[in-house]
Design a protein around this ligand. Structure first.
Ligand SMILES: [Zn+2]
Length: 383
């Protein structure tokens, strides 16, 4: 081979390697700012175990949960006290800005401007420390990704290094996993965190219900809504809506037309009382409950209480129990004589209490499970 064709062969071989295996780590994009070799980083409040938390998987915003999570607050405060710069940035924001972990209270904007020498140096130190050694410290904090100065780095694509992004020249954006956001990772607890998938949507077109406890299993497959509504979602941050005013009347809060903190809390309380998924959103299931006139499709229309009980008697030994979702549950709710606003297809506390009451009245074991004996008891009551 002559020199030119030898060089061509080398380039070709390298190309084949890149296509087959992705960019080698050394070839990944350059960081957003020059990083120090020996960063100081953040000091953990606990003795760190030798084991490191697994890299956070990418779990984008799935709920509308605009409260600052404990781990987010601790990280923001530690950044400020360690580097003495970067105040003013927020964690939680409205749910109107598209997919953003800020709407879950698990993203931090640390206000350090690349044009301010001291702030840029602080950002560089933190970023160098967090991303070193394939993101060892990022894993301890549950960092999903960091955006700064038009570049993004994510732990779930750690071999790709820094990739092109946009904006973020006056702050570092840090998105956390649920374990990190809740402050459960080893940096805070001294123990490697378990898996936490966070809130899960259950129904199509609904957001995840808020839950404080970690979710250790993946989210289930989505099921169709039992009742759809002609109304669109109204989320935290919505303003000046006449339909929100109508909902506020039912919720018993001031009719401002804005989904503010008071209204958001009232939505959650209404959802809890009425066996809806506690999403904090005026979503289709909630509209169908609050405004029956807005119902567009109803999978259980035509079911009278008698028909619903017949349906149950036909089920034989098949059971229904908490926490399940869907049309079957809505038929059970009709059979139990629950009000229309609670016939949502969610089998949680309210429905369980009704089943247990039925069991108590008939000397059945109060396990909250609706089986053949319970259907017979119900038929005897109503029959
Ligand atoms: Zn941000």
């Amino acid at each position: 081979m002559n020199r030119v064709s030898r060089r061509a062969a080398t380039v070709l071989a390298a190309l084949v390697v890149v296509i087959a295996f992705g960019l080698p780590a050394g070839a990944a994009g350059s960081p957003p700012v020059t990083l120090p070799k020996d960063p100081d980083g953040l000091e953990s409040p606990v003795t760190l175990p030798s084991a490191v938390d697994p890299p956070a998987r990418y779990i984008p915003q799935s709920a509308c949960w605009p409260t600052d999570k404990a781990g987010s607050v601790k990280l923001r405060d530690l950044l400020r006290t360690t580097y003495k710069v970067g105040g003013g940035g927020g964690i939680s924001r409205s749910c109107k800005e598209g997919v953003s972990e800020h709407s879950d209270g698990r993203a931090i904007d640390w206000m350090v401007d690349v044009k301010v020498v001291k702030e840029k140096a602080a950002a560089a130190d933190f970023i160098a420390w967090a991303t070193a050694d394939d993101g060892r410290n990022a894993r301890r904090l549950g960092i999903m990704y960091i955006i700064y100065n038009k570049k993004i780095w994510s732990i779930y694509r750690v071999k790709d290094g820094w990739r092109t992004s946009s904006g973020h020249t006056d702050h570092v954006h840090i998105s956390l996993s649920w374990a990190g956001a809740r402050g459960n990772t080893s940096f805070w607890t001294g123990k490697v965190a378990g898996e936490d998938y966070g809130p899960c949507a259950v129904f199509h077109k609904l957001r995840g219900a808020l839950r404080d406890a970690p979710r250790t299993t993946p989210c289930p497959a989505l099921v169709p809504l039992v009742k759809t509504s002609a109304r669109g979602d109204r989320v935290f941050g919505d303003k000046g809506s006449s339909t929100v005013k109508a909902a506020q009347k039912v919720l018993g809060v001031k009719q401002t037309g804005n989904v503010d903190t008071t209204t958001w809390k009232a939505i959650l309380a209404y959802q809890k009382d009425n066996e809806l998924r506690q999403t904090g959103v005026l979503d289709q299931a909630t509209w169908a409950s609050i405004q029956p006139s807005s119902v567009k499709t109803d999978a259980v229309s035509g079911y009278t209480r008698a028909k619903a009980i017949d349906w149950g008697l036909d089920r034989g030994s098949a059971t229904l129990k908490p926490v399940t979702f869907g049309k079957d549950v809505a038929i059970l709710q009709i059979a139990l004589g629950m009000p229309a606003r609670q016939q949502n297809g969610v089998f949680a506390d309210v429905t369980e209490a009704k089943v247990k009451k039925l069991q108590a009245d008939h000397d059945l074991k109060q396990d909250g499970i609706m089986g053949a004996a319970e259907w017979k008891a119900l038929a005897a009551d109503v029959g």
